[in-house]
Design a protein around this ligand. Structure first.
Ligand code: ZN
Ligand code: ZN
Length: 594
């Protein structure tokens, strides 16, 4: 099962491919040679054998029993394997290839460059102790209920045998870790104890493994758990105090140079980080102005019986608070979402915005117990490219575990208006629809190397597109909440850059999110935490959105009144989850139907 919030895997930019000239006018594009198909397979085999956890995540169970040990020798071998593939890939001449193969080529090249960069320049295996947490993957393999239990346990048994060496390498790798990633590691590694203590032994008990297999499993489990616990106490008792006492400890801020490089490699945007930030600043000012316009319209209805404040930010805040009080009852949360999905699908069909495949229904369900833990919320989980028969689920976590106060606060955030925007983003026509199209793209490369800015950008773009098409009948409340939601994506970018490049302090960061983004204190604090633990990922939402809007504008200007929005959407989505920059190159060559 994959989750829509793609954990950030190494994605990267096409430095070489983009320099190649576009398809020549003469001659029709041809398929890539069979040699390239073979190469692609070898590329994937190499990628999976060095990143078996990623393979499992994509639904490729062949690598489930493997665990790559990231010690010095292993890492050097990995980098050399990537470099070898880089050299051989560069030998292909892609002139004349059809578009899809060219995109695959560029994405593979980027992936290899990124793989080298992550394992040499960035080298987070030294400073991020939370990257060594093998228990969570054992748990994930165990919960893949579509395989017989005994098979899963045999695979896990082999996997467990490799954990002690892996933990030893992890501990040896640590070199001036950041305080924040050390604290995260302590929490997350402890979170995996449950799997070793309970779920794995209980499942073993319930299985039909032979007594010999059971004994072997149990011994490996003990040794694995022991090594994980040792690592955990090492973090707590040795690493954490040393990091805290070190006045020159490594900062969680990666700095301008690394940020720029990571931005290019991860997002593969046509714009630089600085250009995106400049655009985000302008968008923020625009959104504040639009919010003031909508709030002014709503003041007579929602204004708390006083004169309208002269300060428009203050006025917006008062109207937002009043509008947020309109929300469903906790017990109606799941059923309301189910109803809204149907309404969204109907709207997309009636307005002819894009084709929805009736054979790939979205199953709205309560989030299974084992997937909960991150609090309430909604997310799409879909079968990976190696598991196309699986269902796509819209997981909605009911508010059962919330106190009345917590439920009230959550429901104000996901009030009657924001909840609709959330459903557009996550489901229709956001992530779920994009995934259906992406799975129809025959290219496994575009699927496994899916670009986070394209995926998030599409979801963010789809919100605006639905509003423009008249969804919600132009209610000012819905527009106001839409702008607030879009402002969050914009501030994600500004915060990320401010944290890692500009050195913003906590108080100023919180102030920005609360005062300029109208966020609750808790939301702002969570975001501050996330911005210290990740880099560039927070930029993906707005970057992809801005790129898609730019592309649409360019093509609109080109075709004037003949612009066909539906054709634009369907062609855009037909390339799988490729970077917007590559999709742009393909679409700008011009297709008559646009
Ligand atoms: Zn209420
Ligand atoms: Zn999203």
């Amino acid at each position: 099962m994959r989750h829509c919030f793609l954990p950030f895997f190494c994605l990267l930019i096409c430095l070489v491919a983009c320099k190649k000239s576009p398809e020549q006018g003469s001659g029709t594009p041809s398929e890539a040679p069979a040699k390239f198909t073979d190469f692609t397979q070898e590329f994937l085999d190499t990628l999976w054998s060095y990143n078996p956890g990623w393979a499992s995540y994509e639904g490729n169970t062949r690598y489930d029993s493997l665990l790559f040990v990231p010690d010095e020798a292993g890492t050097q071998k990995k980098v050399a394997a990537y470099q070898n593939l880089q050299v051989r890939l560069a030998e292909f001449d892609t002139a004349g290839w059809e578009t899809s193969a060219k995109m695959d080529y560029a994405m593979m090249l980027n992936q290899l460059e990124s793989g080298v960069w992550y394992n040499t320049t960035f080298d987070s295996r030294k400073w991020n102790p939370s990257s060594y947490n093998p228990g969570s993957r054992a748990d994930r393999i165990l919960k893949n209920v579509r395989r017989p239990l005994d098979d899963r346990l045999r695979v896990i048994s082999a996997y467990l045998a490799k954990i002690p060496a892996y933990m030893a390498a992890g501990q040896a790798n640590l070199d001036r870790p950041t305080l924040e990633h050390t604290q995260l590691g302590i929490v997350q590694v402890a979170g995996s104890f449950e799997a070793f203590k309970t779920s794995l032994p209980d499942s073993l008990e319930a299985s039909d493994l032979t007594p010999g297999e059971k004994e072997l499993f149990f011994n490996r489990l003990e040794a694995a758990f022991e090594s994980v616990k040792n690592y955990h106490s090492h973090l707590r008792q040795v690493v954490l105090p040393a990091v805290k006492a070190d006045p020159n400890r490594r900062s969680f801020r990666i700095g301008e140079e690394l940020f720029k490089q990571k931005f290019e490699l991860d997002l593969q945007a046509a714009l630089s980080a600085e250009e995106v930030v400049a655009k985000a600043r302008a968008r923020k000012a625009y959104l504040h102005q639009k919010m003031a316009e909508e709030a002014r319209k709503l003041w007579p209805i929602y204004g708390p019986g006083m004169a309208m404040p002269a300060d428009s930010m203050e006025m917006i805040r008062l109207v937002l608070d009043a509008v947020s009080k309109q929300h469903v009852k906790p017990e109606a949360f799941v059923s309301t979402i189910r109803g809204q999905i149907q309404a969204l699908e109907k709207f997309v069909r009636n307005k002819d915005l894009l084709t929805l495949d009736p054979e790939k229904p979205l199953v709205v369900r309560e989030t299974p117990k084992y997937m909960r833990g991150g609090g309430a919320g909604a997310s799409v989980s879909s079968p990976g490219p190696y598991d196309k028969g699986g269902n796509t689920y819209y997981n909605v976590t009911p508010l059962d575990d919330y106190t009345p106060e917590q439920a009230e606060s959550y429901l104000r955030e996901y009030n009657d208006f924001t909840l609709q925007i959330l459903n557009i983003h996550e489901a229709v026509p956001g992530h779920y629809v994009q995934l259906v199209y992406s799975n129809e793209s025959p290219s496994i490369i575009k699927s496994v190397l899916g670009n986070g800015a394209m995926v998030e950008g599409w979801a963010v773009y789809s919100e605006l597109m639905m509003m423009e098409a008249g969804y919600g009948a132009d209610q000012p409340e819905l527009w106001l909440m839409y702008y607030k939601w879009n402002l969050r994506a914009v501030l994600n970018t500004l915060l990320d850059y401010a944290v890692h490049v500009e050195g913003i302090e906590e108080a100023d960061a919180l102030n920005m999110l609360i005062e300029e983004g109208f966020q609750e204190e808790q939301e702002a604090k969570n975001k501050w935490r996330r911005a210290r633990l990740s880099q560039v990922q927070l930029c993906s939402y707005y970057t992809g959105f801005a790129e898609i809007l730019d592309l649409r504008e360019t093509l609109q200007e080109k075709s004037g009144t003949g612009f066909d929005l539906k054709a634009f959407h369907e062609q855009f989505l037909s390339y799988g989850s490729a970077p917007v920059k590559l999709i742009r190159q393909a679409m700008e060559k011009g297709r008559s139907k646009l």
